[in-house]
Design a protein around this ligand. Sequence first.
Ligand SMILES: Cc1cc2nc3c(=O)[nH]c(=O)nc-3n(C[C@H](O)[C@H](O)[C@H](O)COP(=O)(O)OP(=O)(O)OC[C@H]3O[C@@H](n4cnc5c(N)ncnc54)[C@H](O)[C@@H]3O)c2cc1C
Length: 564
Amino acid sequence: MGDNNRTFDVIVIGSGISGGWAAKEFTGRGLKTLVLERGRDVKHLKDYPTTNMQPWEFEHRGEVPYAIQKENPVASRCYVFKEDAIHFVVKDTEHPYVQEKPFDWIRGYQVGGKSMLWARQTQRWSEYDFEGPARDGYAVDWPIRYKDLSPWYSYVEKFAGISGNKDGLDVLPDGEFLPPLELSCVENYFKDFVAKNYADRHVIYARCAHLTEPKQVHLDQGRGQCQKRNLCQRGCPFGGYFNSNSTTIPWAERTGNMTLRPFSVVESVIYDEKKGKAVGVRVIDTVTKEHIEYFARVIFVNAAALNTNLILLNSTSPRFPNGLGNDSGVLGKYVAFHNYRAKINAIYEGFSDKTTDGRTMTSAYLPRFRNVKKQETDFLRGYASGFGAGRYGVRNYDGFGDTLKDNLAKKDLGPWRVGSHMMGETIPKETNYVRLDPSKKDAWGIPQLAINMDYDDNDEKMVKDFMEQMTEMYTKAGFKDIRTNDSKQAPGLDIHEMGGARMGHDPKTSILNKWNQVHACKNVFVTDGACMTSTSTQNPSLTYMAITARAADYAMSEMKKGNL
Ligand SMILES: Cc1cc2nc3c(=O)[nH]c(=O)nc-3n(C[C@H](O)[C@H](O)[C@H](O)COP(=O)(O)OP(=O)(O)OC[C@H]3O[C@@H](n4cnc5c(N)ncnc54)[C@H](O)[C@@H]3O)c2cc1C
């Protein structure tokens, strides 16, 4: 293959949530784009083998055999590691990494990345999130604010399809929403209770990437209305939720401008000393083990936060001996995550004449209420929280034959069960970092990533406060049998790892500028979780989408001006 066949306008590394958006933006505006994906292709509809299976059609009724769980202690701690979606989750044994401290690294290596598996929660970040580091004096100041991203949130929401309610909260800005579904009567009861009793706390319908009422743009994508099957992790035959496979990747494909190359692990970015910029990437074909170089004017690194750190750290050259753009030495440092350790559960004895009918794909949500407008606790930042209520019923499995049938028919609904989980902001610190292991390599000879992340005293205080505050709210709301639990789970299971190549004003303390360009190598952009300066409390993927679309637009305007 000659250089010409390996030369494109843009290279996008990774085809997950952020890479899919980069591919859509560039190809949609006529740029020849190579999308490199280390995993296999997963075509919408065609490659969802379990999507229409009934529970009894699974060999193990949906469970994963013990031997496989034992072989995969990390992956099996994630709730999607079940028989119906196991083929979309990376197995521990296939892609080892080094846990300098315990870290559950949950990955999806295929076209679509983790968008095949995600829980589709899509809350915008607010001004309080972006101004956090500057106001509270930690990490570095974000070089952007909510107003920079707000039009791009609207842009991606309209295309992806987000179901939500306009709640008018400054702590969780409204977006471009498709209609919400109903909350259950107990969720509505708690919503009203909180509204009456707490001026600064709110319970809302959690916004989610589901087509409750598709618009023309969604029909043009070939997607249809969400049927509330709640089997999303298998891939949806209706395209009812957003994943790259049903939405951005086929859209990019239809332009004729995308070359998608699965089974292509990017080893590093090629830096040309004479030109003073990046000129391409080194790829290893994971099947043939062939080493190939591809070239482009602009490179978007979207391999997901920690893999993006790995690629940049592994991209060494005389100019950048410590990793691409790493003049400051901060590459790989200040990684952070969300603290999901704490939970609270209870029962509610009211509404005993009511239950729910059918399924819903989201629940209620309490945006952060601690330290929002001023510092009021002995810890920095705060937490958001889910809130769900349902009657799950208890069946009596006693007896044989007719007795068993009769007992099963008498399903006792029991009381309403309510519960919340904590989504806490963790503070990016220099002592939380990833680096290349000096000796261990993967199957293709690429250094393994060593991960060193932990909780700190701030996180412990936040867990305690979540339990106290939620217990107080639950008690006042009349919930009974309240139980709190600290799972003490290792970082990682939140699957919201961020940072390592953070954005900032100053090249001495950050890797990327306000347009997500590497300060010292302007034609390389990072727009996945690696770019995040702080972590907020909201699920981050909607923000990655908006940041990616914004950076791609900027890159194209710079290319047009001849600056890139
Ligand atoms: C069970 C689960 C629930 C979740 N729920 C939510 C939620 O409700 N809301 C939310 O906001 N987020 C959620 N997330 C997180 C969300 O999936 C991620 O934030 C999002 O997918 C990140 O997008 P990304 O493009 O950075 O990475 P990914 O989507 O992971 O895509 C990265 C891609 O890059 C590829 N790649 C990696 N390394 C290389 C390489 N060297 N060369 C070539 N390709 C490479 C990978 O194979 C992958 O396809 C959830 C995740 C999981 C697993």
